[in-house]
Design a protein around this ligand. Structure first.
Ligand SMILES: Nc1ncnc2c1ncn2[C@@H]1O[C@H](COP(=O)(O)OP(=O)(O)OP(=O)(O)O)[C@@H](O)[C@H]1O
Length: 352
């Protein structure tokens, strides 16, 4: 049998200092300390445009430290995204090739794309090598504008803390939400999906990311212009359709925070097996001014016209039958109602 030549991994776009090949002559086995173990690939998916360019600057400073901290045990594979959705393809390829972990470096948008890369045609993506015993974990170095998902774990936007989590290598199973609509396509989210005013605000906020967290305030103000609360119909856990009058926003939380730190679904827990759905009804613009502090603290559930439900699935329709009610997932514009949101418990292993 000839010596196996290590494959060139298609997702390794750039490796400033390629690691010396460390495969044993008979294949991919490396002696580490006293035991045999496979040298593992960590694929870092970096959005150079994240946080208005701050992500790439921080990443460049971080890379030498990352190599010194992890380079002995892992192949550090750096992959810069070339545009929207590229992170999805990089992730799928890395999982097919058997990476130990795919780590999103950027904000919630990058994390969202990496999570979507864990799925393909309605199924979880798996290693091409059917004999492989390990699964690919999701990791996160939060370096975005909002980085809201990280807040549910009380993680700060501190890359060194994130690297320590990767060094520890502890994994936990997290739930993922799947969204379906009129087409057969599935879309996945890990943090919060939301409907109507907040989704419209997110749509506008994305145009002002250059202004940092201020983008959310400007987005909200712009969304208020011409906003009307809408009567919606919802179906919870496959039950009966129920009317939900004058909805201002309906938020489906797997994580707790959105919009740059607003604790909108305070009881959501990414490892809980349920979504928390929070519905704001009949809110006027001044309600937001009066109740904003409660929304940020997550103490708004006792406020009039706010309700909270624990669900595994929820379908939402616009009663008027129009297709103009905005939907976003993890801060990314997704389209318009109708949509179905369903939880997949313990869908992904995450480095925590
Ligand atoms: N090379 C690229 N050029 C332009 N846009 C990109 C590129 N790579 C990724 N993107 C897009 O950038 C968007 C935002 O990225 P990301 O979430 O990392 O940063 P952010 O918006 O600053 O942070 P947050 O989402 O936490 O507020 C994503 O929707 C992604 O599709």
């Amino acid at each position: 049998m000839g010596v196996r030549v290590p494959m060139v991994k298609p997702w390794v776009v750039k490796a400033e200092k390629p690691m010396a090949p460390d495969l044993s002559p008979d294949g991919s086995i490396l002696r580490c300390g006293s035991s045999f173990s496979r040298r593992r690939d960590l694929v870092f998916v970096v959005n150079p445009q994240g946080a208005n360019g701050r992500t790439i600057n921080e990443w460049k400073k971080l890379l030498p430290y990352l190599r010194s901290r992890l380079g002995t045990d892992y192949n550090i594979c750096e992959s810069l995204t070339s545009g929207p959705s590229h992170a999805i393809d990089i992730t799928r390829e890395a999982i097919w090739e058997g990476a130990d972990a795919v780590i999103a470096v950027g904000g919630d948008g990058t994390l969202h794309e990496v999570v979507n890369g864990f799925f393909w045609a309605g199924e979880g993506v798996t290693n091409r090598d059917r004999e492989a015993t390990h699964s690919t974990a999701l990791g996160l170095i939060p370096l975005g504008t909002g980085s809201d998902f990280a807040r549910s774990f009380n993680w700060r936007n501190d890359p060194h803390e994130a690297i320590e989590r990767i060094v520890r290598g502890q994994r936990t199973c997290i739930d993922v939400g799947v969204i379906s609509g009129e087409t057969k396509e599935f879309h996945y989210f890990v943090n919060v999906a939301d409907i109507h005013l907040s989704a419209k605000a997110g749509y506008y906020a994305s145009r002002y990311k250059k202004l940092g967290n201020l983008c959310y305030v400007i987005g909200a103000l712009q969304a208020f212009i011409g906003h009307h609360n809408q009567d919606l119909r919802i179906k919870v856990n496959g039950g009966e359709w129920e009317e939900c009058s004058q909805v201002t926003a309906l938020c489906i939380g797997n994580g707790k925070y959105f919009g740059g730190g607003m604790k909108i679904t305070p009881n959501a827990e990414p490892r809980g097996g349920n979504f928390e759905v929070v519905i704001l009804q009949d809110f006027k613009w001044y309600d937001f001014i009066l109740k904003l502090h409660k929304l940020y603290r997550g103490t708004h559930l006792s406020v009039k016209n706010v309700s909270s439900l624990r669900v595994q699935s929820v379908e939402v329709e616009d009663i008027s039958g129009g297709a103009s009610i905005y939907v976003q997932s993890d801060g990314e514009h997704l389209g318009f109602l109708p949509r179905r949101f369903c939880i997949i418990p313990s869908a992904i292993e995450m480095i925590c």
